[in-house]
Design a protein around this ligand. Structure first.
Ligand SMILES: [Zn+2]
Length: 122
């Protein structure tokens, strides 16, 4: 170890990416929901899920994220033997924006769901 060069040191000093203005980056209100699931903030390189306008189909929700302290919440559920994720964004104006993924195989939907929770997808 001569020379004092530290591998990766320059990368460590690189400016961090700007945090997203994401509403889900941190709890916006105190959370008093024990055991509630809170997605991690999306990573800078997070994959974009194929969000579409909602179909109006009734989703049998099996998992969901906290909606008491976040303005963005996600639901994972079953529709006609397939699975999809629904995203609901509550605006201060009171208007809710809802998007859904296509209905896909369970393993795909679970992959997306885990991605949302870990911040690797948005
Ligand atoms: Zn919460």
């Amino acid at each position: 170890m001569a020379g004092g060069y530290v591998y990766g040191a320059s990368r460590q000093r690189a400016p961090r990416p700007e945090p997203r203005p994401a509403e889900s980056a941190a709890p916006s209100r105190p959370c008093f929901t024990p055991g509630a699931v809170h997605p991690a903030p999306p990573a800078p390189a997070a994959a974009h899920l194929p969000w579409h306008s909602p179909t109006g189909d009734r989703l049998r929700v099996q998992r969901h994220t906290c909606e008491s302290c976040r303005d963005t919440s996600f639901e994972y559920g079953l529709i006609g033997g397939r699975y999809r994720i629904r995203r609901t964004v509550r605006r201060p104006s009171g208007i809710w924006t809802v998007h859904e993924t296509p209905a896909v195989r369970k393993d795909v939907a679970l992959w997306w769901w885990q991605g949302l929770l870990s911040g690797q997808a948005e």
